[in-house]
Design a protein around this ligand. Sequence first.
Ligand code: FES
Length: 151
Amino acid sequence: MERKEFLSLVGISVGAIILNNCMTSCSSSKNDPQPANGGGSTGGGTSGKVDLSLNLNDATYVSLKTNGTGLVVGSVIVARTKDGDFIAVSKTCTHEGTTINFDNASTGFICPNHGSRFDRNGNVTLGPAAIALKQYKTSFDSASNILKVTE
Ligand code: FES
């Protein structure tokens, strides 16, 4: 084999390996986050639009039967206030994308990363975040224990 021919084959092989690695890392894996629907919920689909139907009798969501609790469901954080109201906002802090927590004391949300605070409607009450969280509508049917969260 000529030197030129050998180098050509090595170049093609290296290119194929790089392309394979890129394709592998660019494709989705089983560990990728799923759409905003967990077990025991219906609706949503793959459009990215939030349309959740959470059965609070399901073990995954049963914590929301208790006042003063919050739960992340897909891209949304759903909370039941100390007064029993259901509230829901985007889980992603508008500062740098950290998942926020429900704060029962203030009936709002706190980002654990840099301390931004949001009220129950997702409005910023303390920076550094400057943009409100997306707020979602909630409706609860106590007869069926189904909580709907929609845009
Ligand atoms: S990421 Fe939330 S305050 Fe910075």
